[in-house]
Design a protein around this ligand. Structure first.
Ligand SMILES: C[S@@+](CC[C@H](N)C(=O)[O-])C[C@H]1O[C@@H](n2cnc3c(N)ncnc32)[C@H](O)[C@@H]1O
Length: 451
C-alpha cells in the first residue's frame, strides 16, 4: 500500500465509508486508511490530519459537509472529544446494530458460522453507570473535576457526564466544592505535585447507598476529619475512604485504603439478592442490564435443579448466587482474594448454603479438577477482555461439562475461544447485550452444548 501525500495538520475532505470497532469513522485516501473522530458512515467531512503512521492514520472531523441521517445533533461534542461517550453522536438504534455487526465481523474472521441476534438495548440508554472514577487536576488555581480529552491526560472540566447516575454527578460536584473549601489541591501530573488524583463514587442502584473514595498522591490527611464529616452530611453517603497512590502510574488506586468515615462497604440488590460491595470489588456498572444479562445467561444454561455448576471468574459471586436456587451446587472461582471473601459473605447474607468459592486462577483450578477427574455439569465463564487461557480450553475438553455459557466483554477473544472449542461443542446463537450504551464496548452471551 502506497502512503499518500498527506501530513499532520493538513486539511482534507473525506468520504466516510464505515465505523471502526472503536467507533471512529473509516475513510480511504487511495488505499490508505484514515480513522476519523466524530464522523459517521455516509458522511462527507472536512478533517484535520492528526497523525500519519506507516499503514494508517488518524484525523478529526472539523466540519460535516454531508450529514448522516443517524447523527444525533443535540449531544455536546465534549462527550465524543473526551471519550466518555464516544458513540453518543450516533442514534441509539444504530449503536445496537453496530454492536451486532461487530460480533458478526469477529465471528466471520474466526471462520465461525454462528447466528448473532439483535443487541438487547436499554429503554433509557443514558445516566446508567453506577460508578464514576473522575480525574482531578488544578485548573486556573482551582481543584477541578472532569474527564480526559481523548488520547491524552489533559482535563476537560465537566459536571454532567451523560452516562453516569445523575446523583453521582451531583456528588462529584459536592465533593469537589468541599475539597476546594479546605484548599486541597488537585494533582499536577507533569510536575508530580498536588494531592487528589481521582474521585471515585459508587451508588447502589436499588438501595441508593453511596461510597466515596478520594485517591491522593500524598498521605497528608490533616483536614480529612472535617472533609469526610462534610461529605457524610449527604445522608445517602454511607462510606468515605482515602486511598493513597504515590506512584507515577496510570493505575487509579494505590495499595493503602483508609476508611475515613462510615461503613467499610455499601449494599446493593440484584435479582432479589443483597450484595456487599467494597471499594475494590468488581461490580457490573450497568445495574439494569446486569439483571438482563444474568437472566439470559441463566436461561441459556437450561437448569433443572440437579446440576453441579462452576461459575468461573466469579467476582463477588453475583452470578453464582443468582443461579444457586436453580441448581444442586455452585462453585465460584475467582483470582482476587477479597472478592472471594465478599462472595462468601454474600452467600451468608442471602442464606445460600449450596455455594462455595475458591481463590485461584480458573486455568489452574480446573487443571487440578481435570487431573482429579472431578465432574461438573455446567460451566459458566465470564472472563476479562483477554478471554480464556489456552490451558483452560484443554482442561475444559478433558472435563467435558455438558453445557457451557460464555459471557464475554470482548467479541474478538470470544470468537477465538469459540473456534478452539468448536471441535468439542455445538455453539448456540449469540446474544449481544448493551451493557455500555454510548460507548463502543460490547458484551455478548452464548451457550455451548457438548457434541
Ligand atoms: C468480567 S469480571 C466478571 C465478574 C462477575 N462474574 C460479575 O459479573 O460481576 C471478571 C472477573 O475475573 C477475575 N479474574 C481475572 N482473571 C482471572 C483468572 N485467571 N481466574 C479467575 N478469575 C479471574 C477478575 O478479578 C474479575 O472479578
Amino acid at each position: 500500500m502506497e502512503k499518500p501525500n498527506i501530513k499532520k495538520n493538513d486539511q482534507i475532505e473525506l468520504n466516510i465509508e464505515d465505523l471502526s470497532y472503536e467507533g471512529k469513522g473509516v475513510a480511504k485516501v487511495d488505499d490508505f486508511t484514515l480513522f476519523v473522530d466524530n464522523a459517521l458512515p455516509g458522511e462527507v467531512v472536512k478533517a484535520t490530519i492528526l497523525k500519519v503512521a506507516k499503514s494508517y492514520g488518524f484525523a478529526k472531523a472539523t466540519e460535516i459537509i454531508k450529514k448522516s441521517p443517524h447523527r444525533v445533533e443535540t449531544i455536546d461534542n465534549v462527550y465524543t472529544r473526551t471519550g466518555i461517550a464516544p458513540l453518543s453522536h450516533l442514534e441509539y438504534s444504530e449503536q445496537l446494530k453496530f454492536k451486532q455487526k461487530q460480533v458478526e465481523i469477529d465471528f466471520k474472521k474466526a471462520k465461525l458460522d454462528i447466528k448473532v441476534n439483535p443487541t438487547l438495548g436499554m429503554e433509557n440508554p443514558l445516566h446508567y453507570r453506577n460508578k464514576a472514577q473522575v480525574p482531578v487536576r488544578q485548573v486556573d488555581g482551582k481543584l477541578t473535576t472532569g474527564f480526559y480529552r481523548r488520547h491524552s491526560h489533559e482535563l476537560v472540566p465537566m459536571e454532567n457526564y451523560l452516562i453516569q447516575d445523575p446523583e453521582i454527578d451531583a456528588e462529584i460536584v459536592s465533593v469537589r466544592d468541599i475539597l476546594r473549601k479546605y484548599n486541597v489541591r488537585g494533582f499536577d501530573e507533569v510536575n508530580f505535585k498536588g494531592q487528589i488524583r481521582t474521585i471515585m463514587v459508587r451508588r447502589a442502584y436499588y438501595t441508593g447507598e453511596m461510597m466515596v473514595v478520594l485517591v491522593s498522591r500524598v498521605r497528608d490527611i490533616s483536614h480529612y476529619k472535617e472533609i469526610s464529616a462534610e461529605i457524610m452530611k449527604n445522608k445517602d453517603v454511607k462510606s468515605v475512604y482515602l486511598n493513597i497512590n504515590s506512584k507515577k502510574t496510570n493505575v487509579i488506586m494505590g495499595n493503602e485504603m483508609i476508611l475515613l468515615a462510615g461503613s467499610p462497604y455499601i449494599d446493593d440488590k440484584l435479582l432479589g439478592h443483597t450484595y456487599r460491595i467494597s471499594p475494590r470489588s468488581f461490580y457490573q456498572v450497568n445495574p439494569v442490564q446486569t439483571q438482563n444479562l444474568y437472566q439470559l445467561a441463566i436461561d441459556k444454561a437450561e437448569l433443572n435443579g440437579s446440576e453441579k455448576v462452576v461459575d468461573a471468574y466469579s467476582g463477588i459471586g453475583t452470578i453464582s448466587l443468582s443461579l444457586a436456587e436453580n441448581v444442586k451446587h455452585v462453585t465460584g472461582i475467582e483470582v482476587i482474594e477479597d472478592a472471594v471473601k465478599d462472595a462468601q459473605q454474600n452467600a451468608d447474607i442471602n442464606k445460600i448454603e449450596n455455594a462455595d468459592f475458591i481463590v485461584g486462577k480458573t486455568e489452574a483450578v480446573l487443571n487440578d479438577w481435570a487431573k482429579d477427574n472431578r465432574k461438573m455439569d455446567v460451566l459458566m465463564v465470564d472472563p476479562p477482555r483477554k478471554g480464556l487461557a489456552n490451558s483452560l480450553i484443554d482442561s475444559i475438553k478433558n472435563l467435558k461439562p455438558r453445557k457451557m455459557v460464555y459471557i464475554s466483554c470482548n467479541p474478538a477473544t470470544l470468537a477465538r475461544d469459540l473456534a478452539l472449542l468448536s471441535d468439542t461443542y455445538n455453539i448456540g446463537e449469540a446474544n449481544p447485550v448493551d451493557m455500555f450504551p454510548m460507548t463502543n464496548h460490547i458484551e455478548c452471551v452464548i451457550s455451548l452444548n457438548l457434541k
